[in-house]
Design a protein around this ligand. Sequence first.
Ligand code: DON
Length: 545
Amino acid sequence: MVASDSAEASQIGADVLKGGGNAFDAAIATSLALAVARPQSTGLGGGGFLLAYIAHDEAFVALDFRESAPAAASTERYDAAHRRNPGGPSPSVYGGDAIGVPGQVAGLAEISRRFGTRPWVELIRPAAELARRGITVDGALLEARDELLKDVGRWPELAQRYAGLLEWLSPGGSAPRVGERLKNPDLARGLLLLAEMGPGAFYDGPLAEAIVRAAAAAGGSLTADDLRHYRVRYREPIRFSYAGCEIVTMPPPSSGGVCMAEVCNILAAARQGGGIDGRHDAAHLLLEALKHAFADRARYLGDADFADVPVQRLTSRAHAEALARTIRRERTQAPERYGTTAPTSGPAASPPDDRGTSHLCVVDRWGNVVALTETINGTLGSLVVAEPFGILLNNQMDDFVTRPGTPNLFGLVQGEANVVAPGKRPLSSMSPTIVLRDGRPVLVLGAAGGPRIITAVLQVMLATLDGTPLEQAMAAPRLHHQWQPDLVFHDGPLPDDLRLDLERRGHRFSDERRTASVNAIMILPDGTLLGASDPRRFGRPVGVP
Ligand code: DON
């Protein structure tokens, strides 16, 4: 079974399974199809994380193919760009300096080389064919187009600079209609080249040249050397137990695993202390645990190859017990009381939606389990396209601290450990996750939605561990708190009594209705697979009977 944000992409992955491919083959084909079907979210110009269970070895693998900072990246460079155009579009969000060295192709190639069984060409062809034939326009693409037009309204210079992208999204001068087919012959050409020449074409070949050209024309520093030096990294997954299950998830440069472990450990410690009574207490406790975890995220997390990240301490029971003791049942507290010590904070911005990322899950007949979250970061990434290959380049540099003291696109305030530096990888919230019971995988999931990824994965996981049916767990409104801004977010109707109770305890609510998009597969004891794509979005799981 494959569950992804696009029915067309899930079908392409399921066809690979049907043809005898394994979960890794299917994940590659689905990912490439998503690059075509969800160009606003993921693609060759982005990066991601794979967390997988290899049934034959009963082992886990965590692969990091996150973007890295170009050699010339620095806070001074961003500062200078801001000074040149104060009030203009942020240089870590739009244009050449927003682009991190893409890891996506290196990641998929490594997955194919180490774990795949089908030829690379065979896995790319269906995506190239989809690009040639045209994707079916859905609401998600139209939302992305609207968002771009909003940006253009705010900074009219974007219209001229990214005219090609705007034209592609406006065939005949206006918005395409839902259900209409939108072709992408440039991307079809790029994919076919990648199929013929192999991944080398992307890092040291015609695609690399096109990328460097596009980045330079948009004012960026990305060089051919940056691409040539890009490497994927194997990481040690984070593993922790909760409610009788073992949870295996992504370590730095993701913050997901550390935050989820910290929250679950705090919940367990607080429950052991007693005095948690009913739904309202549980919601308050979740928010308090999130405030602690996101405060620690801000202070300590970043690329562990560059900064000293105390993963052991933050995910330890002792740390959670100490934090749990500070939680007051009757009242939430001021931001500086969360986490270990108070990090510096800046003004809080409003976080955007889930459009620049996509998560897919695959489970195959041999019991291999794949969780793959990929991203170009913001909707339509940096807006820079490497022509004539239709490769939309990421704006992952905004996940770094590029200007100390200033929150990023998601309103995240972050610390020293995540300050931009050459070759460093920006801190992520992507949380591909696998849950085991008695040593056997029972649930695989992940999400898109910036920091809401962490809270969405957590809440769907906690609900299913509690016995809530998967579809109901997916549909339930979700709470979100990321410590800064000091506000509770929720993405659906909350019972009035719950909201009033939380307000009485001092929580302040935001009116924004941003959301995350989850994909999940549950593996029942008899081997039956139950897939679910978030009802808030446009995905669909496809199974092979
Ligand atoms: O890695 C991260 O945490 C972000 N780049 C994810 C962005 C996201 O989920 C969707 N954004 N619109």
